[in-house]
Design a binder for this molecule. Structure first.
Ligand SMILES: Cc1cc2nc3c(=O)[nH]c(=O)nc-3n(C[C@H](O)[C@H](O)[C@H](O)COP(=O)(O)OP(=O)(O)OC[C@H]3O[C@@H](n4cnc5c(N)ncnc54)[C@H](O)[C@@H]3O)c2cc1C
Length: 511
């Protein structure tokens, strides 16, 4: 069933077995798993079936600390969630890059006690397999050798420090249209849009959630009663909703040990390395590292990965390098660069932000002179980077979210070490010379929010337990990037979907 909350009479109480707050990939994947089951699921979303500009004002919020793109620009309210902003060309559509976490990302590491996940990669693997299918991807195969063939072959790297792996590419449409439609058409699942949850009602000093309060921008008030509640509203709103709800007498819900909102993480992007190829032939030889369809139709793109042994022994942040050919430029002429970029845009026929599509240009060695290396890397959790409530209020009169985010000296020092290892690994593989722009700060804006309701089996060190249940609250779960105790370098959606499928299995046994 599909409902528009604006048309439901004021004061109505909606009932369900499971109420899911947020229809982004996390909430949609979870609701989709219940289609055809004997369980009534209500999937709520703040926005409409398509993004509406005035609803995005609910995403306004403050940033305290270092420059950051802001809370409105980096997420979207509406069915499909932030997927509605995806901007990577995938065939003739827009979509995203997918990649799982590496096994080492889930391990405890010396630099942050209690930073490990409560399970290892082998536990997550079957859920990744299922997530691959739901996200419309190929097999769970991310090694370069799994896809290397013919004109699209891996370059020989040194193997000790660097390895070729891939991203897979998937379309946004599945989450913005196909699965929401399935949820809206099924008899036991209901998609209710224009329904913003602004507080969870609790009893027993936060031991149980008894209801959710909903408001519409045009003024109506609704309530939901359910046996189980799941927050799937994105990493900023999941924390904000807990902070807006009462737990025990003085604490916010789930915040007995003060972790709600803490350890906000992004995936910084570094542009300090440039590879000057040893030969212009490298552009053609590197075609594997551009997005391309493999034999089975899966769209993959090679990337240079840091070997896990290097991460463990040298205590480096996990990282992945994308090769972006740099258009040739006359030394004093900015106009030429602009012309070349516009030519590239024209040839590729897509917006160039993702940088993919370059290997389709026939005269590569005349068009490009170097590879700009885009390094996506890990930001380790830091409790001081966090989501809090701001003084300023949103359109519903509630405190906005405020993100505290700083890039620290020790992180810059680790980044400099990472650059050195990547540069020497690429030079050691004989690809050319790497120019390093030491001191340059990374761009924090991958728009991958994580970590604000971290998972830890011990309530003293996390907000949710290993099942995703809020410690101390019997019937409240959280899912999405907010539960990541650490986030590796990997674009988060595949892991977000895998965790949602895992939660679905847990709830099916419980309800
Ligand atoms: C430009 C861009 C490109 C990206 N590219 C990639 C990529 O290539 N690969 C990748 O893996 N990730 C990418 N991401 C990140 C990815 O989109 C997010 O990590 C993912 O969408 C998070 O899923 P989610 O379901 O947890 O949250 P969201 O997708 O943010 O969905 C949350 C939903 O909750 C709803 N909601 C919020 N608050 C409330 C409330 N109070 N009541 C009711 N509903 C509420 C919102 O309306 C929204 O629909 C990109 C993000 C951006 C901005």
């Amino acid at each position: 069933m599909e409902l528009d909350a604006r048309r439901i009479p004021d004061g109505t109480v909606l009932e369900a077995n499971i109420c899911i707050v947020g229809a982004g990939p996390a909430g949609i994947a979870l609701a989709h798993e219940f289609i055809g089951h004997k369980v009534d699921v209500l999937l709520l979303d703040s926005g409409g079936l398509k993004p509406e500009e005035h609803v995005q004002e609910l995403n306004e919020g403050a940033v305290v600390g270092d420059p950051y793109a802001g809370l409105r620009k980096t997420r979207c309210r509406g069915v499909g969630g932030t997927v509605c902003l995806w901007n990577t060309p995938v065939g003739s559509e827009l979509g995203a890059k997918y990649v799982p976490l590496d096994p080492c990302d889930l391990e405890e590491r010396a630099d942050f006690p209690h930073g490990g996940w409560p399970f290892d990669y082998s536990h997550l693997e079957p859920f990744y397999q299922r997530a691959q299918t739901l996200c419309g991807l190929g097999p769970l195969a991310y090694e370069g050798k799994d896809w290397s063939q013919g004109e699209h072959a891996c370059l020989a790297l040194d193997g000790e420090r660097l390895a070729t792996r891939v991203y897979q590419f998937g379309v946004a449409r599945l989450f913005t249209r196909s699965y929401p439609r399935d949820v809206g058409r099924s008899v036991n699942t209901c998609l209710c849009h224009h329904a913003t949850v602004y507080e969870l009602e609790t009893e027993g000093r936060g031991r149980r959630v008894v209801g959710a309060k909903l408001a519409g921008l045009s003024g109506g008030q609704l309530r939901v009663r359910a046996t189980i509640f799941v927050l799937a509203a994105g990493a900023i709103e999941n924390a904000r909703l807990l902070l807006l709800s009462n737990g025990s007498s003085s604490d916010a819900l789930g915040d007995r040990h003060g972790w709600v909102g803490r350890c906000f993480m992004e995936h910084p992007r570094d542009y300090a390395l440039t590879l000057i190829p040893r030969s212009p032939d490298l552009f053609k030889a590197a075609a594997f590292y551009d997005a391309h369809p493999a034999r089975d139709g899966t769209i993959v793109g090679g990337r240079v990965a840091l070997d896990e042994r290097a991460i463990r022994t040298a205590r480096l942040p996990n990282a992945s390098v994308t090769l972006l050919p740099r258009p040739k430029m006359e030394p004093s002429s900015i106009g030429v660069r602009a012309r070349l970029l516009s030519r590239l845009r024209h040839l590729v026929g897509r917006q160039p932000r993702s940088g993919y599509g370059w290997s389709r240009i026939s005269e590569m060695s005349r068009t490009f002179d170097a590879f700009q290396l885009l390094v996506n890397f890990e930001q380790r959790p830091n409790p001081e980077n966090r989501v809090a409530l701001a003084r300023k209020r949103d359109l519903l009169g509630l405190p906005q979210a405020e993100v505290h985010w700083r890039w620290r000296e020790e992180e810059q020092a680790n980044l400099e070490r990472l650059r050195t290892v990547l540069a020497s690994g690429l030079e050691g593989a004989g690809l050319g010379q790497v120019v390093v722009h030491t001191g340059l700060r990374p761009d924090p804006n991958a728009h991958h929010h994580a970590g604000t309701t971290r998972m830890n089996a011990d309530p003293r060190y996390g907000v949710v337990d290993a099942d995703g249940r809020v410690h101390g609250t019997d019937n409240l779960y959280v899912t999405g990037g907010s539960v990541f105790p650490s986030a590796g370098f990997a674009n988060p959606t595949l892991t977000i979907v895998a965790l949602a499928l895992r939660l679905a299995d847990h709830l099916k046994l419980r309800i």
